[in-house]
Design a protein around this ligand. Sequence first.
Ligand code: ADE
Length: 244
Amino acid sequence: MKIDVLTIFPEMLEPVVQSSISRIAQEKELVDISVHNIRRFSDAKHGKTDDYPFGGGAGMVMTPQPLWDALSVIFPDDVSRKRARIVFPTPDGQHFKQKTAELLAKEEHLVFICGHYKGIDQRIRDYWIDQEISIGEYVLTSGEIAALVIIDAVVRLIPGVLGNSESAEGDSYSYPLLDCPWYTRPDTFHSLSVPEVLLSGHHKHILQWRIEKRREKTKINNPRLYQRYLQQTALEDLIIKGEK
Ligand code: ADE
């Protein structure tokens, strides 16, 4: 997968995309991430990239020219444009979910536009952007952190990026329940011990304990997901009994 990120703060992104999962994915040549400084494409004095909003109002809007020119360099022809998905992280976008990450992980080429201030000129959104994504119901100062969140969630789902031991299977949100507690050595630490069942070697009991812990945690931390899980299991029971 090719990932291009357009930003006025490349220094915010570069250390992150050069570490952890993104670095491993790039070393394995499964992903190629390029960070582009939008200012380099600006025709205005001192690489200016924002201006006052027409009609008035507080805050600045990112001007269309540098973004348009940067996108025209990334997409020299229609074929490259058709093969890509342009994502704009924004608090007024659609909610980012594990399913969104799964779909984006199937793309050949992703382009992220990081907005600042009041956002970007609407004409760029109308003409270029394929998908507007919000990572949560709060407002960050910039799109960079949101783009990094999305990139991290997507890259780890690309086949071959995670080793077997780190597999994404059973993650909270790719499974219908949130994750269970995990423990490692030592079995007693500062007089805090590990639940006995995990040391029992009894695989069926361990599995039952993990499912129970997942249920308990989901019921408390995400009641909506828990309700969906209950409906799903009730439906599966009916199907097994041949009533649906
Ligand atoms: N930019 C600022 N806040 C954001 C959010 N919640 N999601 C995506 N992009 C953003």
